[in-house]
Design a protein. Structure first.
Length: 467
C-alpha cells in the first residue's frame, strides 16, 4: 500500500522533535554506517520532481476559486461574501492530486465574527442549490454533521476535488502558520510532501506560546498582523540562535528516522499522545485535556488545543499504519537496495511507472546526445536551443505570487492563461523535465547549509492587508 497516503492519516501538524527514547537506534545506526542511503536519497528527489505542482496545477485551482466567487455573487444571502482558499494550497504544501480547501467568508466589516452552525448549514445549502443550477460542478455532497460542515465537490479537467466551508478563519490561520514554518528549514516542504511530517523543529510553543486561534478577536487585520509579527519574530530569533544544535541530516536520513520513530505507533498510542506544541510524547493519563479517551490516536492541534488532528484514525487504521511503516522500514534497510526497488515501496504503481520512464529517458537521452555529438561535424557543434529561455520564463512566474488578489478578484489567472497554448505546453514539458534535477540540487544546497533557510516567499493575503 502507498505509504505516502497512509501517513497522511496520522495528522498534518505532527512535529519532528519527538522523544528519542522510542527511536530504534540499531536500525538507524545501521543505515548511517552504510551507503544504503544513496539510492534512497536519489529516489526521494526523483519522487519530488514528479509530485511538484506545475503551472497548470496552480492555474486550475485559481480558476475554481474565481468561478466559485462568481457563483457566490449570485446568492442573495451571501451578498458581500468573499471566496478565499486555505489549506495545503495556501501553505504551498499541495501536490497535483491534492484537495482544494475553500471558505466563504461573510461580510462583517473590519471585525472578526463567526456564523453559528445553523446559519452555516443554511448558507451551504444555498451554495449547493446555486452550484446545481450553474452546472459544471460534479459529485456535490453536503456533509452537515462534520465538526466543520462542508460541501464537497469536483471541478476542472483533470478533476480537482475540494471542500467548501463557511467562515473558516481558523483554517486560514493554520495554513499561514505552516507556510511561515518553511522559513526555519528548507527541508520542511519536501519532507512534508513525502511523509506529511516536517523536519526537526523547535516545539511550536517557542514560535507562538498560546493558541493562535484564541487571538483571532477584534479587528481582523490587526489580529492577523499581530499573530504574524510574533510568529516571524520568534522564527528570526530561532534562526539566529547560536547555541542550538545544527541538524545536517540529509532528506533520506530524516525520512528513515521518521520510520524508526513511528514503527511502533500502534503500541505507543495506547498510553501516549503526540503534542507538537511541547514537542514530545505525553502520557494520556497525565493530560486531563484529552479526557475522556475516545480516539485511537491523539495528535493535538498546536494551533487549536486540545483538538485532536487525528480524530478520524480508527484502531484498524492505526494498526494498518504501523504495519506499512514497519514493512517499509525493513525493506529500505535491506542490503543491496537499488533505486528501482524503492519506488514500489513509496509511491503508487502509476507514479512509479512515471519515474522509471523519466529515468530511462534521461539515460537513453544522454547516450543519444553523446553519440550525436561524436557523429556531428565540428562546424555544427554549437546549437542554440530556446528551451533555457522558456524554462527561465516559467520559473520567473512565482506560484506564491499568484495567490494574491482574490479579495478584489484581481489575480493572475487571465494574465497567465493569455499566452499561446503551444508555448504553455512547451513550458510545462521543460519544467517537468528539470524538476528532478532542481529538487536534487536544492537538497544538496540545503543539506550543506544545515537547517538554516531564509525563505522570501510571499503569502496570499486579504485585500485589507494588501498595500
Amino acid at each position: 500500500m502507498d505509504f505516502l497516503l497512509v501517513s497522511l492519516r496520522i495528522g498534518k501538524t505532527l512535529n519532528g522533535m519527538l522523544c528519542d527514547k522510542f527511536l530504534n537506534l540499531n536500525m538507524w545506526h545501521r543505515f548511517l554506517q552504510t551507503k544504503m542511503n544513496a539510492p534512497l536519497e536519489s529516489t526521494l528527489w526523483d519522487i519530488l520532481g514528479v509530485i511538484e505542482p506545475q503551472r497548470d496545477d496552480w492555474l486550475i485551482r485559481q480558476r475554481i476559486v474565481q468561478e466559485l466567487q462568481d457563483v457566490v455573487r449570485t446568492i442573495p444571502n451571501l451578498r458581500g461574501a468573499t471566496v478565499e482558499p486555505f489549506g495545503s494550497f495556501v501553505s504551498n504544501l499541495f501536490t497535483p492530486w491534492g484537495d482544494l480547501d475553500i471558505t466563504v467568508m461573510l461580510d462583517y466589516g473590519s471585525y472578526i465574527s463567526v456564523a453559528g452552525k445553523k446559519r452555516k448549514l443554511s448558507l451551504l445549502e444555498d451554495v449547493l442549490r446555486a452550484l446545481k443550477e450553474k452546472g459544471g460542478w460534479w459529485r456535490l455532497r453536503f456533509i452537515p454533521n462534520a465538526k466543520v460542515p462542508i460541501l464537497k465537490f469536483e471541478k476542472g479537467c483533470p478533476a480537482i476535488s475540494g471542500d467548501i466551508s463557511i467562515d473558516n478563519l481558523g483554517g486560514q490561520m493554520k495554513s499561514k502558520c505552516l507556510f511561515w514554518l518553511n522559513q526555519i528549514d528548507g527541508r520542511f516542504r519536501p519532507l512534508v510532501l513525502l511523509t506529511c511530517k516536517p523536519a526537526i523543529f523547535p516545539p511550536l510553543l517557542a514560535l507562538y506560546p498560546t493558541n493562535a486561534l484564541d487571538d483571532l478577536t477584534g479587528v481582523r487585520e490587526t489580529a492577523e498582523q499581530s499573530i504574524s509579527d510574533l510568529f516571524h519574530a520568534n522564527i528570526r530569533k530561532h534562526i539566529a540562535g547560536r547555541s542550538r544544535t545544527m541538524n545536517r541530516s540529509s532528506l533520506s536520513e530524516l525520512f528513515v528516522s521518521f520510520l524508526a520513530k513511528f514503527s511502533t505507533i500502534s503500541l505507543k498510542a495506547r498510553d501516549f499522545g503526540i503534542c507538537p506544541f511541547t514537542g514530545q510524547w505525553e502520557e494520556i493519563k497525565n493530560n486531563t485535556r484529552w479526557f475522556p479517551r475516545t480516539f485511537a490516536l491523539y495528535v493535538e492541534d498546536p494551533f487549536e488545543q486540545p483538538a485532536n488532528s487525528a480524530r478520524a484514525v480508527s484502531v484498524r487504521n492505526l494498526d494498518r499504519i504501523q504495519e506499512v511503516i514497519q514493512r517499509t522500514q525493513l525493506a529500505i534497510l535491506s542490503p543491496n537496495l537499488s533505486w528501482i526497488d524503492i519506488h514500489p515501496l513509496l509511491v503508487k504503481p502509476e507514479l512509479s511507472r512515471v519515474i522509471l520512464f523519466r529515468k530511462q529517458n534521461q539515460n537513453s537521452g544522454g547516450q543519444m546526445m553523446q553519440l550525436q555529438q561524436q557523429q556531428q561535424p565540428q562546424t555544427r557543434k554549437h546549437v542554440h536551443s530556446p528551451a533555457p529561455v522558456i524554462a527561465a520564463r516559467v520559473q520567473n512566474v512565482r506560484p506564491e505570487n499568484q495567490l494574491r488578489g482574490w479579495r478584489d478578484g484581481t489575480c493572475h489567472i487571465h494574465e497567465l492563461s493569455s499566452k499561446p497554448k503551444q508555448e504553455t505546453a512547451s513550458n510545462n514539458a521543460v519544467s517537468k523535465e528539470s524538476n528532478a534535477k532542481k529538487w536534487r540540487k536544492r537538497g544538496i544546497q540545503q543539506q550543506q547549509r544545515g537547517d538554516v533557510f531564509n525563505s522570501k516567499q510571499q503569502l496570499w493575503r486579504p485585500r485589507s492587508q494588501q498595500s
